[in-house]
Design a protein around this ligand. Structure first.
Ligand SMILES: NC(=O)c1ccc[n+]([C@@H]2O[C@H](COP(=O)([O-])OP(=O)(O)OC[C@H]3O[C@@H](n4cnc5c(N)ncnc54)[C@H](OP(=O)(O)O)[C@@H]3O)[C@@H](O)[C@H]2O)c1
Length: 318
């Protein structure tokens, strides 16, 4: 099983799960030193860069299934997203076609049903190219997971550090059943070489229980409760947020520095208004994940300062 993007958050749960279920995961890694990480104890690490077609073709030799988890680490950088979320995945598809692999699994995004953020647009484009057999004949499976827990816990550290929790108006525009990476790893492995999964788009979310089905305000309530605090909301009106987005989008056209800021304002709105509700799988809950965060130390600094390091600021070791 070749994992592209296997060194990321999900890959680190998927590689051990595949090995546990009797498969042999091979991970194409930009940094081959990951071979010393415990998650890859039972995986083969091949040095290479998925953005280089030759590296991907060489790694695909002798492989039955290719699984792509590729995703740019700076979702506000349109060029990086194009290079990783589209071009590198297409390298994988082309290599899979030429080696006649038995299945290509594209881990997409539940948000592809309403693609408003750059990575989702590329995820959807790849879906279309697979479904349309754009790069040649290839048995495919598309998995669309809802958000993972780290996204909803980005503000956990702020709440622990005594700050307010931002909500738009009433804070209950949307609902999400996020999924734990261990449950998603199980779900992906269930689809490997499964006839029923071929040619299917499979949306998936976490358990449909009170501790896992939340609005943004519910997620905040959990954070306050687990940190022993009374809820302290920063209520922002959506109308004023929209004005801010419009202003920064205009300024972003002339200032390179402001462009990413406009993206984050839009992303904050997106995650506050678009439902991410998918068929339930697994047992792990958002509350269970947050309970594991309670004893951690959290960096201080504004949200904007922290977001400069992209998705690396998320608590991905939990
Ligand atoms: N996070 C969510 O809530 C969420 C929800 C639904 C779907 N998804 C999708 O699920 C998949 C897996 O997500 P994840 O959280 O595991 O992603 P992740 O932790 O951000 O990992 C991204 C992977 O892509 C590689 N990558 C990033 N930039 C690269 C570049 N410039 N060149 C080459 N490789 C590069 C990374 O390699 P390095 O380790 O070398 O950087 C890593 O292996 C992605 O398709 C994501 O879009 C995520």
């Amino acid at each position: 099983m070749l994992l592209l993007g296997g060194t990321g958050y999900i890959g680190r749960a998927l590689a051990p799960e595949l090995a546990r279920r009797g498969y042999r995961p091979v991970v194409l890694a930009r940094n081959p030193e990951v071979k010393n990480d415990a998650e890859f104890a039972d995986a083969e690490i091949v040095a290479g860069d998925p953005t280089r077609p030759g590296d991907v073709t060489a790694a695909t030799e002798g492989v039955d299934v290719v699984i792509s988890l590729l995703s740019g680490r700076r979702p506000n950088d349109a060029e990086e997203c194009r290079l990783v979320d589209h071009e590198a995945v297409v390298n994988g598809i082309r290599a899979a076609v030429s080696h006649e692999v038995k299945q290509f699994i594209h881990v997409s995004d539940f948000g592809a049903y309403r693609p408003e953020l750059i990575p989702q647009v590329y995820k959807l484009q790849v879906e279309g190219e697979l479904i349309g057999q754009h790069h040649g004949a290839l048995p495919w499976t598309i998995i669309r997971p809802t958000a993972y827990y780290p996204y909803l816990s980005m503000t956990f550290g702020d709440v622990k550090n005594g700050l307010k929790y931002r909500i738009f108006d009433h804070g209950e525009y949307n609902v999400v059943n996020p999924i734990a990476r261990e449950d998603l790893a199980e779900f992906i492995t269930n689809q490997v070489l499964c006839d029923d999964a071929l040619g299917r788009v499979l949306p998936v979310g976490g358990p449909w229980v009170e501790d896992n089905v939340v609005t943004l305000k519910d997620a905040g309530r959990m954070m306050f409760e687990l940190n022993g605090r009374t809820p302290d909301w920063e209520v922002v009106t959506m109308a004023s947020w929209d004005r801010k987005i419009a202003r920064l989008t205009r300024l972003g056209k002339v200032s390179k520095q402001l462009k990413p800021v406009a993206y984050y304002l839009e992303a904050a709105k997106y995650w506050s208004v678009v439902d991410h509700v998918a068929p339930a799988y697994g047992t792990r809950t958002l509350r269970g994940f947050m309970e594991k965060l309670v004893d951690r130390e959290w960096p201080t600094g504004s949200f904007r300062e922290r977001m400069k390091s992209g998705t690396n600021v998320m608590p991905t070791d939990v």
